[in-house]
Write a protein that binds this ligand. Structure first.
Ligand code: 6PG
Length: 242
């Protein structure tokens, strides 16, 4: 499903609505809400809104368990840290249980950090099935999502739920969740904003299926919902909606 918005603010409000709604449903049905957050600039406004009324009050924070879709392997107080960004914009301002917040710790050793996160995910999600309730993702200009970058072997990962990757263009190690876990999610929400994403968004959604070149195409939940929230500048090259 592709939902189009006139501007980033209305997109962010819709994302905050969906987060709060998904949290309420999950807690009513299963007693907890497992969410994986994205990094990048696009979700910042959504996280800020979630820390404010009415979204903050609509979200059952004590039952929210926070994971990340990916992390840059830097210390948490580094400006580039995805967990650091989520703490600054959201988690410090809401009554989430600190024991329910699970950053990916990979600054010292990316490979060990990925293995530990894989184990942690299996402890939290294996029973009865490994479904994250909600995964928030972004789209990079080169078609990457989470830290699944073009050409990375992690795109074809079949076993591990978390993998370490080295991104040569940024000279940075990262850890990313992998398609087997991401595609088991109940809902995947892509947030895409800005005209610099228009070209790649069209290729991902309307071009040939080439997930090794456009890793975002590797994300298609088996039985969950796939929702793209896109603003008008990002949607500018898409075929008109029916
Ligand atoms: C990261 C991300 C990454 C991001 C995209 C889009 O840590 O960099 O999780 O996959 O979502 O690069 O980033 P923007 O929202 O900044 O465009």
């Amino acid at each position: 499903m592709i939902l189009r918005f006139s501007d980033p603010e209305s997109l962010s409000r819709a994302a905050a609505d969906m987060f709060a709604q998904a949290a309420q449903t999950a807690v009513q049905e299963r007693g907890r809400f497992n969410v994986a957050l994205s990094g990048g600039g696009t979700p910042v406004r959504t996280y800020q809104l979630l820390a404010q009324a009415p979204w903050c009050d609509r979200t059952p924070w004590p039952h929210v368990h926070v994971f990340w879709g990916d992390e840059r392997c830097v210390e948490i107080d580094d400006q580039r840290s995805n967990a650091g960004m989520a703490y600054r914009t959201l988690l410090r301002h809401v009554p989430v249980d600190p024991a329910h917040v699970h950053p990916i710790r990979c600054a010292a050793d990316p490979e060990a950090g990925a293995a530990q996160y894989d184990e942690l995910l299996r402890t939290h999600l294996s029973s009865p099935a490994p479904h994250l309730d909600l995964v928030i993702l972004g789209l990079g200009r080169n078609g990457h999502t989470a830290s699944l970058f073009p050409g990375s072997p992690a795109i074809d990962e079949k076993g591990r739920w978390a993998a370490d990757v080295y991104v040569a263009e940024q000279a940075m190690h990262r850890v990313t969740l992998t398609p087997p876990l991401l595609n088991a999610a109940r809902t995947v929400l892509f947030l895409v904003s800005g005209n610099e994403k228009a070209h790649v968004l069209k290729s991902v959604l309307e071009g040939p299926f080439m997930p090794r070149r456009l890793p975002a195409q590797a994300i298609h939940p088996h039985s969950g919902r796939l929702i793209w929230l896109v603003d008008a500048p990002a949607a500018a090259r898409l075929a008109p909606s029916p």
